[in-house]
Design a protein around this ligand. Structure first.
Ligand code: AMP
Length: 215
């Protein structure tokens, strides 16, 4: 299965992608995760990407190419992959087609997770994580017992720079302007697209996703 998980930031692509990846034993390739890892390691690529990420803007396409190419060509992805957060504009969709073509592969399906903007803002801007043990909370949906304090280890909870509300709203605008046209690209190319209502429980969305991919 060569799948693109599509949807606004905070639509649940990461959660659903991880579940699908373990169910089908194929890797979830998240460009956001790959970039954050580069930032954490302080590589030149990470240094270049950070200021775009913190501002909620797209990192330049050329920065992503090598990361994605390497992940797609890896042995882990030989039986399929789940792309999460790529492609995010039409130029990236074209670059992806070229990369896959050179590997003798193609995108089989696009699954769109549809979630209203106000839910996305609460999901992302409400997120707080513990730098000590990695636990994640949400001040609206899964609040810690004590404000700003990790239930597990008592560490002080922090908000990711690109999770601030004004940055989330910018990320949503970028999604509408640059990323949504990617759907028309796949429609034109005849790639099957399934759209799911993403504002439901994780299990409900996963069940529908699995059954729609099977059919
Ligand atoms: P994500 O975790 O997928 O929401 O990605 C976090 C941030 O990483 C985004 O707001 C962008 O700044 C950057 N990013 C991730 N994937 C891409 C991509 N395909 N193209 C450009 N920038 C990206």
């Amino acid at each position: 299965m060569n799948l693109i998980l599509f949807g606004a930031p905070g639509a649940g692509k990461g959660t659903q992608g991880a579940l699908l990846a373990s169910r089908f034993d194929i890797p979830r390739i998240s460009t956001g995760d790959l970039l954050r890892e580069s930032v954490r390691q302080g590589t030149p690529l990470g240094v270049q990407a950070k200021r775009y990420m913190d501002a909620g803007e797209l990192v330049p396409d050329a920065v992503l190419l090598g990361l994605v190419r390497e992940a797609l060509a890896s042995d882990a992805a030989r039986n399929g992959f789940i792309l999460d957060g790529y492609p995010r504009n039409v130029a990236q969709a074209e670059a992806l087609d070229e990369m896959l073509c050179s590997l003798g592969r193609r995108v089989d399906d696009v699954a769109v997770l549809d979630v209203p903007d106000d839910v996305v803002v609460k999901r992302i801007a409400g997120r707080r994580s513990c730098p000590c043990c990695g636990s994640v909370f949400n001040i609206y949906f899964e609040p810690p017992r004590h404000e700003d304090q990790c239930d597990g280890c008592g560490g002080k909870l922090v908000q990711r720079a690109d999770d601030r509300e004004e940055t989330v709203r910018r990320r949503l605008q970028v999604y509408r302007e640059q990323t949504q046209p990617v759907l028309a690209y796949y429609q034109t190319h005849g790639t099957p697209i399934v759209t799911l209502e993403g504002d439901r429980t994780v299990d409900e969305v996963q069940a529908e996703l699995v059954s729609s991919l099977a059919s």
